[in-house]
Ligand binder design. Structure first.
Ligand SMILES: [Mg+2]
Length: 198
């Protein structure tokens, strides 16, 4: 089964009770749910990085190769602020990112990881460290489609659930590419398109 990227959806309500987003089950069933309701259910939020939380500022280049080549996506920051990260038993938050450009030789593994750390630091700083101090990072530097961690394979998502001790039913993946959608299906977790959620 192949997935199509949806059109960007204008969805700017900043009240989590009124921001309603489409969420897809692993089998593809769509439920429109408010972020507040979804937040009650989700214990682990997983986000793709490029095109979801950050965008490259170099024309014609899909992803940043060095500092100064990216910026946070403002709509993503608004979305993150709708989740109650401060409540008792607050949810976990992680980034799961394919970084195949490492194997392709565009940047080193540590440079790719540092760029993701910088992104998480900037997100936490933009949130004024009000809600948490830590976002965990998983990345796959391999270009090999068979690599178990490379999305759409579910390895990073399964690993994230294992280390967070959260079940698939309480986990959601948010991403902008069909490989994110498919990784969520393969891991048995809920999915939302960044284009529709943000
Ligand atoms: Mg992406």
């Amino acid at each position: 089964m192949s997935y199509q990227k949806p059109e960007k959806r204008e969805n700017r309500n900043i009240d989590p009770n009124w921001r309603v987003i489409p969420v897809y089950s692993p089998s593809g069933e769509r439920t429109d749910i408010s972020v507040a309701e979804l937040d009650k259910q989700i214990k682990l939020w997983l986000f793709d990085a490029d095109g979801t939380l950050r965008r490259c500022t170099v024309e014609g280049q899909p992803c940043p190769n060095k500092p100064g080549e990216w910026e946070l996506i403002p709509e993503a920051m608004i979305f993150l602020s709708l989740i109650d990260w401060t409540r008792h038993a607050a949810p976990e938050c992680g980034v799961v990112s394919n970084q195949g450009r490492v194997e392709a030789g565009h940047l080193t593994e540590s440079a790719a990881h540092d760029l993701l750390v910088d992104m998480c630091d900037e997100i936490l700083s933009a949130m004024d460290y009000r809600w948490r101090y830590f976002i965990f990072i998983m990345m796959c530097e391999s270009n090999n489609k068979e690599h178990p961690h490379r999305k759409p394979n579910p390895g990073m998502l399964l690993e994230a659930m294992r280390s967070s001790m959260v079940d698939a039913a309480d986990t959601i993946m948010i991403g902008d590419m069909p490989s994110d959608r498919e990784a969520a299906k393969n891991a048995g977790v809920l999915f939302a398109w960044a284009q529709e959620a943000f």
